[in-house]
Write a protein that binds this ligand. Sequence first.
Ligand code: SAM
Length: 293
Amino acid sequence: MFSYRHAFHAGSHADILKHLTLVHLLEYLQEKPGALTIVDTHAGAGIYNLEDGFAKVSNESQGGIFRLVQYVESCKKSGTPLASSIEKYAECIHAENADGNLSVYPGSPFILARLLRPQDRLKLFELHPKEIDILRHNIQQLPQAKQIDVYAEDSFARLKGLVPPPSRRGLVLIDPSYEDKQDYRYLEVALEEALQRFATGCYAVWYPILTRRESAALPDRMKKIAAAHQRSWLHTELRVENAPGERRLQASGMFVINPPWTLEKHLADALPVLVEALGLNDGAKFVLNSFEA
Ligand code: SAM
């Protein structure tokens, strides 16, 4: 426990899939003026320096955000239109790198914080003793800091107590490290409890695609939970290569319960572009399916 540091993975293809989806979810939910409560159950450090430290050791951003930004720039130069969700996501990354040099990568807390409207609230959970200090420090620098609560608590245990939010409008990102195999089970329990209390919330779960039994079973387990609560869902995966071994993560997925009706079209436009921009071999592909309850 606690060997996971998200800085190693900041700006990877998995972050791109997760954050691009997240930006669209928030954009849709903010179309209505009512206050939104956003819970990020596994926050990490908030923002990551790509030029040194852990991120530089792993260099996962080279195969992720650096490739995507280059792709976006070449489309702009050639006048090739881009999927709008890629543009919105790229704007979030650009906002943290205003000098044009890609030196930092915003994690989910920063992406969400920057998009808050005055009426919205953001609740961040982080358990790692070092990450929580870095997260608190990073969040204090933001003009939106007063709208954000940071908890050094186990979010799997706390989530049910936070829903439904007072406005009954909420988005929950569940992004565990799955460092502990039990996370798969904790995720299911927390999601079940949250849906019992707040069936209409939008829940977005990220997961790594690994040969590990629990990982392979995750989408079906999520579908069962959604069905038990008569909820719509959307499932998507992005694979950047198909190579032997699991030394580096080759694919990841998102499972969204109560997805906005616009999400599928946005992802259908964005995913082929991500495969083209980030794919490393013929095994690169995406999956996109959904069910309407
Ligand atoms: N959501 C972040 C992003 O997209 O930028 C990345 C989060 S990272 C995948 C998962 C984080 O969850 C780690 O920093 C880990 O320390 C933290 N964590 C692990 N178990 C937790 C728990 N039960 N409650 C809260 N945080 C936890």
